[in-house]
Design a protein around this ligand. Sequence first.
Ligand code: HEC
Length: 186
Amino acid sequence: MNYFLAVFLGLTGVLFTCQSQASDLATKTYATYVNKTGEISLPANHRHHWSHLGSWAVNDAKAPGYGFHDVYTQPEVVKAFLETGQFPDGAVLIKEVRKMNSRALTTGPAVWAGDISVWFVMIKDTKGRFKGNANWGEGWGWALFEAENRKINTSKGYLESCLPCHVPAKQTGWVYIEGYPTLEPQ
Ligand code: HEC
């Protein structure tokens, strides 16, 4: 009897912990990076405190996405994604685009990330919080910040500035998931 009670209490505890971790993330995200009207701001210090999901390199000076792309998220998101296969409410994805540096090194013709150009930000919203706001839709908030002024979201709304290019990733929740080894079990 005591054994069953202990198992029951243990499971309730685990469920409760998972639930509250998930809602803590959403509470923190929506208190810190999004204001009451749905304006998104760029998180600071993601490179030192967040998890690195993966990198893309577009090494063609004429391509729209020319540069080195590194993608980051909060450490809690990695944990939740590994458990559920979904991005939890309040997950923030930052794609940092940096200039492409290249030089022949002792390893070979190397390319690496130089100065910042822009940051793309997506914020998971499972509740449809900001209906009618041009920066929110399809389960995400969408924003773009440029290195010259990291305080202003320069996106013209997700339907115009973001979604057309993310259509190939529609089946995976609009995220190019194949580039993120951190979200795969090890
Ligand atoms: C020119 C096409 C294009 C445009 C415009 C574009 N994206 Fe993307 N985005 C991509 C591609 C392709 C990737 C993944 C591969 C890469 O970075 O090269 C990506 C990746 C991302 C990522 C990393 C997570 C993921 O989805 O894989 C974020 C965050 C992101 N984009 C946000 C945005 C936002 C916000 C906008 C609008 C302000 C936007 N993007 C506009 C093509 C685009």
